[in-house]
Ligand binder design. Structure first.
Ligand SMILES: Cc1ncc(COP(=O)(O)O)c(C=O)c1O
Length: 423
């Protein structure tokens, strides 16, 4: 039996590292990159992606929970790891054992982490999350300085960083409000004598739109995976890292008027040659692509006909000459002169590009392709400050103490249900 599964993903490590180089070229020289590898590196495979990023000198890796962090540690990855969101109480001892930096997402976690650190006999570095408008996780800006001081004064904890997350980076007005709320906290913290060494706001979209958010570190996911190249306009776009392929399992000629698949939702309107592909919604080929999606066969588009099932989908190859069983089919990626992007599939399926690789099922085998990181990629690595008690010399000019005066509390602007700022 061949060792290759019937649906496979090619993970182009070279593209990943080139995307990292591209990001670094856009960042100020002091800004480090955290590679977001949560959710199995957006479906790309957390271990191979983290290994490649570690080889390219990434400063930190971001995971969703303790289990994801432990998977990386058990694979021998020694890079600093930050849990981006909440840590559940049951996860805390394992985080400490595996030298993973948690984020404090709620005020009560200060005491919980301190007690766990004392129990383990360590000083635990933590980042504080400030909720400036995402309304998901984090402490309020109004009480952030109080919490920062509490962490700084807690002997069992080390205040290693502070971050916030933009809710709607596509919406300038609201993002600027969030940035202003965050900066107001930073100013207040400096005045209160509390200086978190690593400040971070930006993820992939703000990288280009809000360069002022590139503080000490940016947290990049989608950019590194090349998931939204079409959103880059005139700027050089990152390349997609993941290609998804299968092969033709069965070919059949049908007369006009044949109902295809469950429910007969497609009826051939001419004599048609249909190819059955051994990929279904269990593999991450969305059911919503029924009678809508396209794949590439011999570099040409073949439309999906009938409903996508758990294991199979049919495509119309009538217009593509000489297709044979066993022939490679591209679901995502380049074949010949044409490319199907995650954004295309997302549009057909009515979802977002990030969800497409995240949906890949356990039957999909991942292969790493491409060379290891270039020397230039490694040389471009920027390290986070090692001395966590020292405010880095890279504080943006407008946040330096001599430019600061105490500010009044900022109110929060109401937003409509779509997340648009209303004032
Ligand atoms: C807190 C946080 N930071 C950064 C990211 C990375 O965002 P992106 O993939 O758009 O770069 C995410 C992704 O969901 C996140 O939740």
């Amino acid at each position: 039996m061949s060792s290759r599964r019937r649906v496979w993903a090619e993970i182009d490590v070279r593209a990943l590292c080139d995307n990292l180089t591209l990001a670094r070229a856009r960042l100020p020289s002091h800004t480090a990159v955290l590679g977001v590898v949560k959710a199995d590196a957006y479906g790309h495979g957390a271990v191979p992606i983290s290994r490649a990023l570690a080889g390219a000198g990434i400063s930190m890796l971001g995971v969703g929970d303790a289990h994801e962090a432990i998977e990386l540690r058990e694979a021998g990855i020694d890079t600093s790891i930050l849990v981006l969101g909440a840590s559940l109480e049951s996860e805390i001892p394992a985080l400490i054992r595996h030298r993973v930096v948690p984020s404090i997402h709620s005020p009560d976690r200060i005491a919980t982490f301190a007690a766990a650190a004392r129990n383990a006999g360590v000083r635990l570095p933590v980042h504080l999350l400030i909720d400036t408008g995402m309304s998901r996780l984090g402490v309020t800006p109004e009480r952030a300085i109080e919490h920062l001081s509490a962490i700084a004064n807690e002997p069992a904890l080390v205040l290693a960083g502070v971050g916030t997350h933009l809710a709607s980076p596509d919406q300038q007005a609201f993002s600027r409000e969030q940035i202003a709320r965050f900066e107001s906290v930073l100013r207040g913290a400096i005045i209160a004598g509390v200086r978190p060494p690593v400040v971070h706001i930006a993820n992939s979209i703000p990288l280009d739109r809000y360069p002022e958010t590139c503080h000490d570190m940016v947290r990049l996911g989608g950019f590194l995976y090349g998931l939204r190249p079409e959103a880059c306009g005139n700027i050089e776009a990152p390349r997609p890292v993941l290609s998804l392929r299968t092969e033709v399992a069965y070919l059949r000629d049908h007369p006009a008027g044949t109902a295809i698949g469950y429910g007969g939702s497609y009826v051939t309107h001419r004599p048609s040659r249909l190819a059955t592909l051994p990929v279904g919604y269990h593999d991450g080929f969305p059911h919503a692509l029924s009678n809508r999606g396209e794949v590439l066969v011999r570099g040409k588009r073949a439309p999906v006909v009938g409903l996508v099932t758990m294991d199979y989908v049919c495509v119309d190859v009538t217009e593509i000459p000489d297709v044979a069983t066993g022939e490679m089919v591209t679901i995502l990626g380049k074949d010949g002169d044409d490319t199907i992007l995650a954004g295309d599939v997302a549009r057909w399926a009515g979802t977002i590009p990030y969800e497409i690789p995240c949906r890949l099922g356990p039957r999909v085998e991942r292969f790493t392709v491409g060379a290891s990181p270039t020397v230039e990629t490694q040389l471009a690595a920027r390290q986070l400050p090692r001395d966590l008690d020292r405010w880095p010399s890279t504080v943006p000019q407008h946040l330096k103490p001599q430019h600061l005066k105490p500010q009044g509390r900022e109110g929060s602007a109401p937003r409509n249900v779509k997340g648009n700022p209303t004032g």
